[in-house]
Write a protein that binds this ligand. Structure first.
Ligand SMILES: [Zn+2]
Length: 307
């Protein structure tokens, strides 16, 4: 898409903190202020403290209260830049790159903002469920300090379940639609069941997997299931191409851009990967849509991000 929000347009629209602030006001209250407590629409505005006060119940609220920007001390312009850089880079950008480009002293501050943005991405994608033809598999993602064994049950690597929806074009080409990746404790039947329940719509769905025993229950539970016997692991690309391409891409980005991430934070980097992949056909809106997602995501603290 050529009409992606470009540098000049971005710079013009969000050149000051005030412009970013006004944009958030528009996103939060598209049809004018509404009191989060009582729903009343008349208010007075305290410009020094940037607070809206409800004329009916007296409740005071800032535009960022209750959003992912809650109580931030970082200028909104830097937040907007970070969201812009994250969404416009195909492969992703490292935290230290963001720190340098945005001239923010503390690595922890940049890390926290980036992870809050990833959290908004995660919350947004949780609203969708896959249907139609779906490829599904699991893979082990290595963490920063671990290397070595591969495959199911390998050491302290993190198991991740991956499901990709796919569609056929008129000229019989298969293309992936939407991807979900979830870091899990294990790949036992109950875990897979929980993942399927949360991420895949029942009925009118066909799930393709390998012959791993954790998938056997699918047929008994109303899912059309195609379990493929894969004799040679090198041939997985012929059977389940998209899950494997996406696993490869995600691992490449984690290694190349983020230089490996600890298993603890893996889920948020995967949220970033999936969110961007899922919107690769909607690049012209990805920046604006992510701002909206940030406005609609509840605050999360540094302590919560660390747990
Ligand atoms: Zn009120």
């Amino acid at each position: 898409m050529s009409n992606q929000l470009n540098f000049f347009e971005f710079q013009r629209k969000f050149s000051t903190d005030l412009r970013c602030y006004n944009y958030l006001v528009k996103k939060r209250w598209p049809s004018g202020f509404q009191c989060p407590k009582c729903g009343n629409t008349s208010y007075s505005y305290h410009s020094t403290r940037k607070l809206y006060q409800c004329k009916s119940c007296g409740y005071q609220v800032s535009v960022t209260a209750g959003t992912i920007f809650h109580k931030t001390r970082t200028p909104l312009r830097k937040w907007f830049w970070m969201i812009y850089l994250i969404t416009t880079n195909k492969t992703g950008v490292s935290i230290s790159y963001l720190q340098r480009m945005l001239n923010i002293k503390s690595y922890r501050t940049v890390w926290t903002i980036a992870h809050k943005i990833f959290e908004a991405m995660n919350k947004r994608d949780l609203l969708y469920q896959l249907d139609g033809i779906i490829e599904m598999d699991e893979s082990y993602f290595g963490s920063k300090n671990v290397s070595g064994k591969r495959g199911r049950g390998a050491g302290s690597k993190s198991p991740v379940i991956i499901a990709v929806g796919k569609k056929e074009t008129k000229d019989k080409k298969i293309y992936p639609t939407f991807v979900k990746m979830e870091v899990v404790e294990n790949v036992k039947k109950e875990t897979i069941k929980e993942f399927v329940k949360n991420n895949i719509l029942a009925g009118n769905t066909k799930i393709e997997t390998d012959k791993f025993s954790s998938y056997k229950w699918l047929t008994e539970n109303g899912y059309e299931h195609n379990a493929m016997r894969i004799y040679n692991p090198k041939e997985t690309l012929n059977y389940l191409p998209w899950v494997h391409i996406l696993i490869g891409n995600a691992k490449g980005i984690l290694r190349g851009i983020h230089h490996g991430v600890s298993s603890h934070y893996l889920k948020r980097y995967l949220s970033e990967f999936c969110y961007k992949f899922n919107r690769r056909f909607f690049k012209q809106n990805i920046f604006y849509n992510l701002i909206t997602a940030c406005v609609n995501t509840s605050p999360i603290t540094f302590a919560e991000l660390k747990t």
